[in-house]
Each structure stands twice: as structure tokens, then as C-alpha cells.
Ligand binder design. Structure first.
Ligand code: PEP
Length: 249
């Protein structure tokens, strides 16, 4: 892990029912979590309020999306103001499922991130290459392009956590090796140094996501530029998620 406070997010995606989420919250409330770690979970919108009011204050709540501006006549959308109203502190933007399944582009993602940051939410800004992009030697080009779209619009990096999530590793059980992850993390840090500032490069947390679980988190957490994790599947199991949180070195 790097010098920033370790950060572990659980992205529940479009999973769960009232029953399963009540059980997960109760497991998280009784889990022993290392104190020096920021812990965030991201339930589906419909359960956000329920989780936010039943979960221990030790764990913060994140949304999986937010609208590009103030609320109003935008059917099906959820505004940043509404998220703040129910105690939500973070939002995920740029997740590969939204980029590649829903079709969100860099500019749209940038707008949503900028609005959320301007209104005081923290943003988990996701970047990552497809398998064919990695195989074509374009990993850095893709990650830097996605990063630039955030850099062009964010008012400040204070409340941004960057999540490097190679798309081929998400939900596939195919985790990046610690070396593959570290290689991109350090490249992202150098990019920030050159294109933003030395301070932002050293302070901004860069977390890894893609099939992280209770068994592989330890080796990944040892890498110098891995400041935490964004966890999908394994975040649906309270005890395993706690193991990942506690992998801080
Ligand atoms: C994610 O959705 O951000 C993710 C990393 O998923 P998984 O851990 O299931 O690969």
C-alpha cells in the first residue's frame, strides 16, 4: 500500500433484496475492521436510504451513479442533492459496466463527476482497459484518455479516489497480477504528476478493482502504489469483505 489512507469500496451493483441486504448490513455492523481504512459500500439506489440508516457510521455509503446537474424533469435519474439528503457521501463514476454496457462516454462521465464534486460528494473515478486494448498495447493510452476526461473538469482532486479496474478482470475471476496492477498504478501516478501536480500525484489514492477476493487481496495490498480496492462480487459477503478491508499493510 502507498502512503495515503487505505480505501476499500464495496460495489453491490444490481444485486440484493431487502432480506439479503439486511443480513449483509448486520454482518458488516458486527465485523471487526482495521481503524486506519476508509470503508464505503455502494448499494443499489432503492436500498440506499435503508442501508444508510441501518449501517454503522464506521462505513460510509456511496451511490452507483448520479445525474449531471440539479434534479427536475429527468425521468429515472437520481440527483446529487437527493443523495446528500439521505446521507450518501460518495458516488461511483466511470465504472466499466456503465461505459461499455450502458454506453456512457468520457465527457458525460466527466460532467457527472464534476457536478458531484462541486456539490460536495466524493467521487470514485473508474478507469480501465478492455482485453483487446491491453492485447493491442493500448492500456496506458486508454487509461490516460479516461483520466484526462476527469482531469479536464474536476474542480479539485481532494475528494477523488481513482479506481483502476481492467475490464477483463471485472466479474471474471481473472484478477490482474500484483505486478500488472502496480505497473498501471505507478503510470497513473506519473501521469498525475506531469499533468496535474506533484501534490495531487502523491495524495490521490489509486485503488485496484477486478476480481479481488479474500485470498488475493494480501499480495495486491503489498504493492507500493495500490492504496485499496474496489470490490464487486466479494463485497456481497460481509466476512470476506472485512478480510479485504483488513488486508491493509
Ligand atoms: C467492480 O464492479 O468494481 C468489480 C471490481 O467487480 P468484481 O470484484 O466482481 O470483479
Amino acid at each position: 500500500a502507498g502512503s495515503g489512507k487505505f480505501f476499500v469500496g464495496g460495489n453491490w451493483k444490481c444485486n440484493g433484496t431487502k432480506d439479503s441486504i439486511t443480513k449483509l448490513v448486520s454482518d458488516l455492523n458486527s465485523a471487526k475492521l482495521e481503524s486506519d481504512v476508509d470503508v464505503v459500500v455502494s448499494p443499489p439506489f432503492v436500498y440506499l436510504d435503508m442501508v444508510s440508516s441501518s449501517l454503522t457510521d464506521r462505513i460510509k455509503v456511496s451511490a452507483q451513479n448520479s445525474w449531471i446537474g440539479k434534479g427536475g424533469a429527468f425521468t429515472g435519474e437520481i440527483s446529487v442533492e437527493q443523495l446528500k439528503d439521505i446521507g450518501c457521501k460518495w458516488v461511483i463514476h466511470g465504472h466499466s459496466e456503465r461505459r461499455h454496457i450502458i454506453g456512457e462516454d468520457d465527457q458525460f462521465i466527466g460532467k457527472k463527476a464534476a457536478y458531484a464534486l462541486n456539490e460536495g460528494l466524493g467521487v470514485i473515478a473508474c478507469i480501465g482497459e478492455l482485453l483487446e486494448e491491453r492485447e493491442a498495447g493500448k492500456t496506458f493510452d486508454v487509461c490516460f484518455r479516461q483520466l484526462k476526461a476527469f482531469a479536464d473538469v474536476v474542480p479539485s482532486w481532494d475528494n477523488v479516489v481513482i479506481a483502476y479496474e481492467p475490464v477483463w478482470a471485472i466479474g471474471t475471476g481473472k484478477v490482474a497480477t500484483p505486478q500488472q496492477a502496480q505497473e498501471v498504478h505507478v503510470a497513473v501516478r506519473i501521469w498525475l504528476k506531469k499533468n496535474v501536480s506533484e501534490e495531487v500525484a502523491s495524495k490521490t489514492r489509486i485503488i485496484y478493482g477486478g476480481s479481488v477476493n479474500g485470498s488475493n487481496c494480501g499480495e495486491l495490498a503489498k504493492q507500493e502504489d495500490i492504496d485499496g480496492f474496489l470490490v464487486g462480487g466479494a463485497s456481497l459477503k460481509g466476512p470476506e469483505f472485512a478480510t479485504i478491508v483488513n488486508s491493509v499493510t
